[in-house]
Design a protein around this ligand. Structure first.
Ligand code: NAP
Length: 239
């Protein structure tokens, strides 16, 4: 399949590489391809410059967000920084119409407020906005009414979301939320191809609120395990 991954961060790289391994044609979206390729410094999370990474993943095509979205048959992964995702996706709404967008972004606002002094790489805990009474997933769906939005992946960090068997032999839980059954099935099929065996459909897209707010719990568990921000662990819903 032709699949688009919008984003050049660590999470987006993990999905792009995995999709390539699975035999898909992968189109990665960025704001300005030439500027992205010209970067020489690691990003905020310490990922190597994109051009360097791309050189070791031949076969991935780097395009603008709009061109990558247009190149996808029917499935697009959103890995755009959460606080900027609605604006960036709205600008390419036409290219996303009729397609499934699986969104794993967290609506973090990175600001140095001393009331959240968590041991993140920035020294503070980013704030979630929206939170509680709305979610980024729902905002994206409202902005893109002709697109089917599914919230998933968001509860897992970038290396293990595409390699669930790396933790507990894969015996942990992944979630999907969305208002469109066919789109959720499409994402579930992708998750199975990634190796997920316990996939819990939490229902309508309103469930994205809980999946996004889990970000704080994810950080807390990681710090409890003595890990860096991110965390190499899974969570299991025991029925
Ligand atoms: N990485 C993970 O393990 C993980 C796990 C769960 C959830 N998340 C969440 O998923 C989202 C993406 O994470 P990530 O680590 O893959 O990448 P990221 O570093 O958070 O985001 C990078 C992407 O955001 C784009 N971007 C940044 N500012 C922008 C703006 N003003 N307008 C348009 N686009 C902009 C960048 O565009 P350019 O390509 O042009 O630079 C880049 O493609 C985040 O919300 C993150 O919190 C990440």
């Amino acid at each position: 399949m032709k699949i688009a991954v919008l984003g050049t961060g660590g999470g987006a790289r993990a999905h792009a590489a995995k999709l390539l391994d699975l035999g898909h044609q992968v189109f990665v979206g960025t704001r300005a391809p030439e500027a992205t390729l010209a970067r020489t410094e690691p990003d905020m999370m310490g990922n190597i410059p994109y051009g360097q990474w791309l050189a070791s993943h031949p076969g991935i095509t780097l395009l603008t967000f709009g061109d990558a979205a247009a190149a996808a048959d029917s499935l697009v992964i959103n890995g755009i920084d959460g606080h900027n995702a609605v604006g960036a996706l709205s600008a390419v709404a036409e290219q996303l119409a009729g397609k499934t967008v699986v969104d794993y972004a967290v609506p973090f606002v990175y600001q140095h407020e001393t009331e959240h002094p968590w041991p993140t790489p920035w020294g503070v805990m980013p704030k979630l906005d929206p939170c509680d009474t709305d979610s980024l997933g729902e905002q994206i769906q409202r902005a893109l009414p002709a697109t089917k939005v599914v919230k998933s992946f968001v509860t897992q960090e970038q290396t293990t979301v595409v390699d669930p068997k790396a933790i507990g032999g894969g015996d942990h839980t992944m979630f999907v939320a969305g208002d469109h059954a066919d789109a959720k099935q499409q994402v579930t099929d992708l998750l199975k191809a990634y190796g997920w065996i316990d996939i819990l459909d939490v229902g309508a897209l309103v469930g994205a609120r809980g999946l996004e707010m889990y970000a704080h719990m994810h950080s807390a568990i990681g710090f409890g395990l003595g890990q860096q921000f991110g965390g190499h662990f899974g969570i299991k819903v025991v029925r």
